[in-house]
Ligand binder design. Structure first.
Ligand code: OAD
Length: 247
């Protein structure tokens, strides 16, 4: 990791508001395929072909087969060193984690104050919005596809945000407010291609945050952050955690 992290370590130690935005790359070392990596395809489909209201309206069973495959994959995975470091950092006052991941691994690692920007793959809701409150279902694989709404008997959908859908206004507001307050903003394991999540870093930078990217690959934000760290999250966060502790 040939980068000078001295300034970052100093800033992390003194930060009053630290915001971390995570994407699929933080779960890669747990064995969960990223969306846009080489192993990101399911059958011949890309996420953009399946994670839309149109795809669900056309073929709910196909979309559910993909989610059921992902749920079953995730159920067999455990949080990795990246999740564990972030869980420890979440004990600090002023820490906020915004995750685009729907896998629940941050929560399983014990992270406090997680904002689930794109929802949860373990939550289901009525596709027709009949008034049933969203419910948790951790069965993997599911017994019936598509699963049914317990209130109206119609089709249930995953409790995630699809392309073309809006982020819950309260979640957007809390995330934007945290980004605006951040002294340090870390973008970890995301391709920074999906908005509005990717806008949070720009918002933080405009408001004076020291911005950092942790990603072994280059992205659109690599050149504009104050410090790009071209390394896997599980290594880079472990290294930063050790250096912070060294005093
Ligand atoms: P992507 O699959 O687009 O990007 C994953 C990023 O992780 C890539 O830039 C990789 O270089 C990087 N990466 C791979 N291994 C890594 C590691 N060990 N450590 C750190 N980084 C690593 O996933 P996201 O950016 O999360 O949305 O995708 C954003 C959204 O698009 C997802 O939330 C999902 C997807 O379609 C919805 O479903 C609405």
């Amino acid at each position: 990791m040939p980068v000078d992290t001295e300034e970052l370590v100093t800033r992390l130690r003194s930060a009053r508001a630290l915001v971390v935005l995570t994407g699929a790359g933080v779960s890669a070392a747990s064995g969960i395929p990223t969306f846009r990596g080489d192993d990101g395809l399911w059958r011949q489909y890309r996420a953009e072909d399946l994670a839309t209201p149109e795809a669900f309206a056309r073929d709910p069973r196909l979309v559910w087969e993909w989610y059921d495959w992902r749920r079953t994959t995730i159920a067999a995975c455990r949080p990795n060193a990246a999740h564990e470091v972030l869980a420890r950092w979440s004990e600090r006052p002023g820490f906020t984690l915004v995750t685009q991941n729907v896998d629940g691994l941050h929560e399983r690692a014990g992270t406090r104050n997680v904002i689930r920007f794109h929802g949860s793959i373990w939550e289901l809701r009525c596709a027709a919005d009949c008034g049933a409150p969203p419910w948790e279902d951790r069965t993997a694989p599911l017994t019936n596809l598509p699963p049914a709404c317990p209130l109206c008997g119609g089709i249930a959908r995953p409790g995630v945000v699809w392309f073309g859908e809006n982020i819950d206004p309260d979640i957007l507001e809390r995330s934007s407010a945290a980004a605006a307050r951040a002294d340090v903003f870390l973008s970890v394991g995301t391709s920074s291609l999906v908005f509005p999540a990717a806008a949070l870093l720009h918002h933080a930078k405009r408001n004076g945050a020291f911005t950092v990217e942790i990603n072994p690959g280059a992205t659109d934000i690599s050149r504009m952050v104050d410090l790009p760290i071209a390394a896997p999250a599980e290594d880079a966060l472990g290294m930063l955690d050790a250096r912070i502790k060294m005093g």
